[in-house]
Design a protein around this ligand. Structure first.
Ligand SMILES: Nc1ncnc2c1ncn2[C@@H]1O[C@H](COP(=O)(O)OP(=O)(O)OP(=O)(O)O)[C@@H](O)[C@H]1O
Ligand SMILES: [Mg+2]
Length: 187
């Protein structure tokens, strides 16, 4: 994949397809330690031992409309090719944690890409999920939790286009400051 933000969208879609109601995305980019890590935690249905064991096999999927699941196997190949890894912890009925690392400075490490569009697309298409996004770049952290977005009583703010636009603007500012004012999408 060309951008990590698209891999992230993939991992979060797995969480949502598998029944998560709470999803947490934690990104930590540490140039000094030369590690970029992405953690996605969910409270979905989890994997049974057999799926967990075979999850990096491209012919393993629980999807009903196809017989290959490429998301995780390709991600693992990509991360390992960049001095990193993909680790999964999952408990049936409890939830799943996917942890991806890359060596930040690896020449083949894909750029972060448009993480704000990924976050907006997740919350706009899943307004009933509680989503939190915590992003650290070289020790500086920004946080966004859907719970913090308030709407009129009885209204779901995440179904309101004007509010989504506001969140997008807010996040673009935050992410821009994380990257020291650069927004060329090549982080
Ligand atoms: N967060 C999760 N919770 C529970 N099961 C998961 C989760 N993520 C992945 N899985 C299981 O692992 C399988 C493989 O995931 P993977 O992303 O590789 O393929 P897929 O989602 O089935 O297909 P694709 O990503 O190509 O659309 C899934 O079919 C599902 O059974
Ligand atoms: Mg998938």
């Amino acid at each position: 994949m060309k951008e990590l933000s698209l891999n992230i969208l993939d991992i979060v879609e797995n969480s949502i397809k598998n029944g998560a109601k709470n999803v947490e995305l934690i990104i930590n980019e540490d140039r000094k330690k030369d590690i970029l890590s992405i953690v996605v935690k969910d409270d979905g249905r989890g994997m049974d031992e057999k799926i967990l064991r075979d999850v990096f096999d491209p012919f393993v999927t629980t999807s009903k409309n196809k017989n290959v699941g490429l998301g995780l196997p390709l991600l693992k190949e990509e991360a390992e090719g960049c001095g990193g890894s993909v680790e999964i912890e999952s408990k049936k009925g409890k939830g799943t944690v996917v942890k991806v690392t890359f060596r930040c400075s690896h020449i083949d490490r894909p750029p972060m890409g448009d993480i704000v569009s990924t976050v907006i697309s997740i919350i706009a298409t899943n307004p009933d999920i509680r989503f939190s996004y915590i992003h650290t770049v070289n020790g500086k952290t920004e946080r966004f939790v859907t719970d913090d977005v308030k709407a009129a009583p009885g209204e779901n703010a995440l179904k309101n286009l004007r509010i989504l636009k506001e969140i997008e603007r807010f996040l673009r500012d935050k992410v821009k400051s994380l990257y020291g004012g650069e927004t060329d999408g090549k982080n």
